[in-house]
Design a protein around this ligand. Structure first.
Ligand code: SF4
Length: 349
């Protein structure tokens, strides 16, 4: 059962409360290069990104925030480290959220200026605790970035904003070690009602990063923890959105497109099922239907094993069956099986 958190607004997207789990990504362009950044954000939007973050390294990048905002359609988060004047400038330029850790921006008057402006403009702040950049004293106390160290750091940042009467907060506790990240979020979830932004940091390349994120983010979501997610991949950020959508789809949290199931094949399989499954997956990528499609290796067990699928194929010798909800629809030649399956899917409501 999902614990209901406070609700915050990032532009027109709500995080927390009973709102759906939103999908985020971060651009990897130079934010000062407005054309490239906007073009990447538009591709991310098309893929299903709902909140986008840009790195703000200097005043020129902060200035670009306003111009980028004019051309995009989803809320924009400015990611800032240390320099509170960049946070102020980004908010003036219309950033919908800022990611900054109040404990890292110096004396309290600076924090107060950031908190006051954010409050006056209704802009939330994400406290982004990261295992790789914990405060020195916390690291000394715990020796390494443990779950308790991450939580202590988050609570410290939260209390700094609390002193400024600021509570429009989202928290992330990212670590590259998946069990640590899971434990940290679980601990904070028990003691706080701030909405949580889930992610595994430095997760890795497309395959490895997806695996780590699926386990880390997926385990937490399955426990009802988490309000917004970002899959971090060393890849085109569009792949992060695809991965995030797949994680939500696998968990049954969000229906988005076709779910493909396929058997692992065994000695009963007499067709080239691996190639067929890959071809079906490729052709289904553009199909916008909330259906389950099965690709099974044999007609003896396939239709029965996949009877909860809306439609599927099962291999024979040089031919295959197309079935719906376990019932055989027709028999087709092996070299026609993918085309016939796709044609049947296109006919479905
Ligand atoms: S569907 Fe047939 S080929 Fe595939 S794993 Fe099951 S028994 Fe083997």
């Amino acid at each position: 059962m999902k614990k209901v958190k406070r609700c915050i607004s990032v532009g027109n997207v709500k995080i927390g409360g009973n709102y759906p789990i939103s999908i985020q990504s971060m651009t990897n362009t130079d934010t000062r290069d407005i054309l490239s950044t906007v073009s990447q954000i538009l591709r991310l939007e098309q893929a299903g990104c709902e909140i986008v973050r840009v790195a703000v390294l200097d005043m020129e990048a902060a200035g670009a925030v306003g111009k980028i905002k004019q051309h995009i359609h989803i809320p924009l988060v400015a990611d800032i480290h240390f320099d509170y004047t960049l946070a102020l400038e980004c908010m003036k330029k219309g950033a919908d959220k800022i990611r900054i850790n109040p404990g890292n921006i110096g004396d309290k008057t600076r924090v107060r200026q950031v908190a006051d402006m954010a409050k006056a403009r209704g802009i939330p702040i994400r406290i982004g605790v990261n295992g790789g950049s914990l405060e020195k004293d916390i690291l000394q106390k715990y020796k390494k970035p443990t779950a308790d160290a991450l939580v202590e750091s988050a609570l410290r940042h939260i209390s700094i904003l609390d002193e400024c009467n600021f509570s429009d907060i989202v928290v992330s506790l990212k670590a590259s070690n998946v069990p640590t990240m899971i434990e940290a979020y679980r601990k904070l979830d028990k003691i706080s009602d701030f909405p949580l932004h889930l992610g595994v940091t430095e997760a890795g390349t497309q395959r490895g990063g997806l695996l780590k994120s699926a386990i880390g983010i997926g385990s937490l979501l399955n426990d009802g923890i988490g309000d917004t997610i970002r899959v971090s991949l060393t890849a085109d950020p569009v792949e992060e959105i695809k991965a995030a959508k797949d994680i939500l789809k696998v968990l049954g949290i969000r229906k988005s497109g076709v779910e493909l199931i396929s058997c692992p094949t065994c000695g009963r399989c007499r067709i080239n099922l691996i190639q067929i499954a890959e071809e079906v997956e490729k052709r289904l990528a553009e199909v916008d239907k909330n259906i389950k499609v099965a690709v099974m290796g044999c007609a003896v067990n396939g239709p029965g094993e996949a009877k909860d699928a809306d439609i599927g194929i099962a291999g024979g010798i040089g031919e295959g069956l197309i079935f719906r909800h376990g019932e055989i629809l027709k028999k087709v030649a092996e070299d026609r099986i993918v085309d016939e399956l796709i044609a049947e899917i296109e006919k479905m409501e």
